[in-house]
Write a protein that binds this ligand. Sequence first.
Ligand SMILES: [Zn+2]
Ligand SMILES: [Zn+2]
Length: 364
Amino acid sequence: MHLVRENLFIGNIGDAAQVLQNDSAEITHILSVLSSASISFFSEWRSGLTIPTKEIKKVFVGGSGGAAASGDHVDDASKSSLSPQKLLYLLEYAGKDLKLVRMAVPIRDMESENLLDYLDACFDFIDQSRKEGSVLVHCFAGVSRSAAIITAYLMRTEQLSQEDALESLRQTCEFVCPNDGFLEQQLKMFEEMGHKVDHSSPVYKRFRLKVLGDCYNRGEKIDSSKLGADPGLPTESSSVMEAPPKEGTNRTAYRCKKCRRVVALQENVVDHIPGEGETSFEWNKRRSGNPFNKSVQTECSSIFVEPLRWMTAVEEGAIEGKLSCAHCEARLGYFNWSGIQCSCGSWITPAFQLHKSRVDISTV
Ligand SMILES: [Zn+2]
Ligand SMILES: [Zn+2]
């Protein structure tokens, strides 16, 4: 177990087991980051090891389960990238005389695993624990998951870049090494979002789309719970109420050209940088005949949005299909889970595309 900051330790499952079995003079709180939240993980790891626990609460994505109260992480399932009803964390008393408070978050050490959506809950627990005592953040080996969470925590509390935070952590624990998906992708996104998980930022929207694409590729059913609220139905678009626009500003909306139904709001748009990526270079070469003139860029003829609940064709499970207006059935665009190339050359994967020629921009 290594001291990282005052009242903050990092360790592996052996360190945690030791604290949970014996009284610890130092540790009062444990943050377990293992593939299963259940304390039985410890007895499966080492037979004969039984740790008494008493559940305080379980918190699920979307806030169901009865225990969620104000202040809990009741994420709007359509905003987070986690599947609705998934366990966000378990909170329990644990160890000898149930003296310790343990929070367990179920995260696997895989590059594609969603770390970002657990960070806020982890930060709150670490902050609270450090006020009341000392916290041990542990995973299995004490190398990847726990290190990624502490790196993010240092980034946020000390306003450090991902590189500086990791370097600082390595001063106290030299072998830490978060996997590349955590380090090079998600912690970089965390930095780009301004050291927070901002569900409305373009960075997060691209991440959410990628996570959804991974779900589809694993064969998971994409039902309406995974799709964004339909901006054409005022009652469903809860985000309108949650985030009222600043005084005097209008919200940009995309409407079906034929029947004027609202089909997307600006906040549903997943931005891309026109012409980004190597494929665009080849594309320009083919189109313009001049491989060195990279400035040749056509204005994008489409917008790409997050999948929304009016896109019923998406729920049918096909890899690609037409997107038709929910009101007049006019064809508005296409979707393809393997990606669509924009007219500017960028590949968007997965893609939910609306042709600009089929929609009007207006305000609501
Ligand atoms: Zn484009
Ligand atoms: Zn229409």
